[in-house]
Design a protein around this ligand. Structure first.
Ligand SMILES: Nc1ncnc2c1ncn2[C@@H]1O[C@H](COP(=O)(O)OP(=O)(O)O)[C@@H](O)[C@H]1O
Ligand SMILES: [Mg+2]
Length: 317
């Protein structure tokens, strides 16, 4: 078995994890990134390609691919789903993540609180966040304090959804769902530092929510427990809606308000870059393993155990 991914996002995390578990690595890279990744000792793992699409044609049968955010962004969820690459996790979930309606449906039918959604401008009775369809990285979103401001700012030619602007602390929690150990692990939490929303949010601006980095966050233990339950609900929710499992890593994006309500506005059905703050370990994974355990290593450990148990296939969805 080899573990492979493409050279971006959390590739260093994933590659180091595989190596720590004694698994061979494949890193698909464009020529401009080779020198950088080589500086982390990954030179012998690199397969050079002139365009990312070529990953779909690589005939490497003993390789298990780990899809990350850039993997999905560069290749596209649809093509990943239709490819015959062997991949860890549930790739159908990538489609639920991409589609705004499916995304909110999964969150709410799993029993998570979500921001109120206004069906028309007329209904607006609080500050809102307006999200245009197809926007990424918060680009093309705007905030408005009332109905009038939405009417002024809304593009007439684009489809958008209008959500209550939830005031509170943004908390991004990553889970690891282990089939080998038969347990859900709350792996770690982070805050995404977003420019320029986190720098100087003003309602007369159209601030950008582009992520520039991540800060580690250790939650109050009573809140951590709530997130454990939330993660369980999410996994069970997908089981009843789609009839499928979620093996491995996923992340739920939330805001905690002043009454300690946890409101979920998005999720990622794969490793997130927020886990890069937990190299070599998160406090929680350390408590579970008594040794350094970062997400890339957690994935490799799981794959190794599943292989030994002869149960690898059920986690390659
Ligand atoms: N309902 C909301 N209330 C307040 N802030 C929000 C809300 N929804 C999103 N945000 C903010 O906007 C950012 C981007 O929104 P998100 O839905 O995660 O879009 P993207 O797909 O671009 O990540 C979030 O990280 C958060 O800071
Ligand atoms: Mg987001």
């Amino acid at each position: 078995m080899k573990i492979g991914t493409i050279a971006s996002h959390s590739a260093l995390n994933i590659m180091a994890g595989a190596k720590a578990e004694g698994i061979e690595t494949i890193l698909v890279s464009t020529p401009d990134r080779v020198e950088f990744y080589d500086s982390y000792g990954l030179g012998s793992s690199i397969i050079e390609v002139s365009s990312w699409d070529e990953v779909l044609d690589l005939q490497l049968e003993d390789t298990i691919w780990i899809p990350h955010g850039s993997f999905v962004a560069y290749i596209g969820a649809e093509r990943i789903i239709n490819s015959d690459l062997r991949m860890y996790g549930n790739r159908q979930l990538l489609k639920w993540e991409e589609d705004r309606e499916l995304k909110m449906k999964l969150l709410s039918e799993s029993g998570l609180k979500i921001p109120r959604e206004f069906q028309s401008v007329e209904e607006i009775d609080s500050p809102v966040m307006v999200k245009t369809y197809g926007a990424a990285g918060g680009e093309g979103y705007f905030i408005a304090k009332n109905k009038q401001e939405v009417l002024q700012k809304a593009p007439s030619d684009k489809k958008f959804s209008i959500q209550e602007y939830v005031v509170g602390t943004k908390v991004f929690v990553t889970y690891f769902n282990s089939y080998a150990m038969n347990r859900l692990e709350v792996f770690g939490a982070d805050i995404r530092y977003e420019t320029d929303a986190d720098a100087n949010l003003r309602f007369d601006d159209t601030p950008s929510f582009v992520v520039v980095g991540n800060l580690p966050l250790v939650l109050r233990e009573s809140i951590l427990l709530k997130y454990y339950e939330l993660g369980k609900k999410f996994v069970n929710g997908f089981k009843s809606l789609a009839g499928q499992n979620i093996p491995g890593s996923f992340c739920i994006e939330t805001i905690i308000d002043k009454n300690l309500n946890i409101i979920a506005f998005e999720f990622s059905g794969r490793i997130v870059a927020g886990t890069n703050v937990w190299i070599p370990s998160s406090p929680y994974s350390y408590l579970q393993f008594n040794e350094p355990m970062w997400m890339g290593r957690r994935i490799a450990r799981e794959l190794k155990q599943l292989e030994e148990m002869g149960r690898l296939e059920e986690s390659l969805l």
